[in-house]
Design a protein around this ligand. Structure first.
Ligand code: FMN
Length: 276
């Protein structure tokens, strides 16, 4: 039986963190009588990307990441591989969670489970939750009543599996297809939209140089002394755009905007969350 829950997330625009924290909190409440404790960890910001965490067999880890191009964000994958480890002999139980922006989570949940397994976690429950898209105006209706029902279902399953007294089993996700290649973003013309090098621009008539964008960049890529400069890599996470108090950050790369427009045209239907 567990005695502690560690809720961990990488979450540039906050949706995954909200999901993971809520899941951890509600699960801990269900084990309140057993005295199960709860804490939260984030590896979203550079300041938290050096701390190593290892967990024993009596901690339950709730681990959440967003979906980028149908996988877990490739620039954040090394953090999963380097920073976190479970118990090599008895394995540390884990619940894997991903969010996705109303298109599809494709292979992200399978990839997260597989990466956690390589670090001695036993992923026995998992869920993919639809969310508003970070850069396209789709999925704003999430979380829907259906999403909330899936969330409760996953809590029920997690609790039941932990209380069953039986050995935990590796969760099967969507019939267990192998992890697919990254989704290739398309433009409005249906052709691949290559915007890997796109970086945010700054409207200098609005920017008051508060430095918030540099503080929230998960890659530490924005020059804090001149926030108009982005010398590091940009993962297009939209944190600088979302958290700029002046609304001064924007993308004007035509291929990026074409992909955004394609998503807004093709993915207006409400995607469903799924739990395993
Ligand atoms: C670079 C990038 C790529 C994305 N790729 C996908 C995708 O392949 N499928 C999808 O449904 N949503 C995609 N999204 C949307 C995110 O998965 C969604 O907004 C997520 O909830 C963001 O998590 P966060 O708020 O924790 O940062 C993408 C978002 C970004 C920024």
């Amino acid at each position: 039986m567990i005695n502690h829950i560690a809720a961990i997330s990488f979450s540039p625009t906050g949706r995954t963190e909200t999901l993971v924290r809520e899941f951890g909190k509600q699960l801990a409440q269900r084990f309140q009588e057993e005295g199960v404790t709860l804490d939260f960890h984030s590896f979203t910001l550079p300041k938290d990307q050096d701390t190593l965490h290892s967990f024993g067999p009596h901690t339950l880890v709730v681990f959440g990441m967003p979906t980028y191009a149908g996988r877990i964000p490739n620039k954040a994958l090394p953090f999963v591989q380097k920073l976190f480890s479970g118990d090599p002999d008895r394995k540390t139980p884990a619940v894997a969670l991903v969010t996705f922006g109303n298109r599809s989570y494709d292979s992200s949940l399978t990839e997260l489970r597989d990466e956690l397994e390589k670090k001695d976690f036993l992923v026995f429950a998992a869920g993919a939750f639809a969310a508003p898209h970070a850069f396209a105006a789709i999925g704003r209706e999430h979380p829907t009543e259906e999403d909330r029902a899936r969330f409760r279902e996953l809590l029920d399953r997690t609790e039941a599996r932990l209380r069953s007294g039986k050995p935990l089993e590796r969760v099967v996700i969507k019939g267990d297809a192998p992890v697919a290649p990254y989704y290739i973003p398309l433009g409005e013309d249906g052709q691949p939209a290559k915007f890997l090098k796109a970086k945010p621009k700054t409207d200098l008539t609005r920017c008051d140089h508060c430095g918030k964008c540099a503080k929230v960049c998960p890659m530490g890529s924005i020059n804090p002394d001149n926030t108009d400069e982005v010398p590091g890599i940009c993962i297009k996470c939209q944190a600088c755009i979302q958290y700029c108090p002046q609304g001064a950050k924007y993308f004007d790369d035509p291929r990026f905007l074409s992909h955004k427009a394609m998503l807004e045209k093709s993915y207006q239907r409400t995607a469903g969350s799924e739990v395993f």
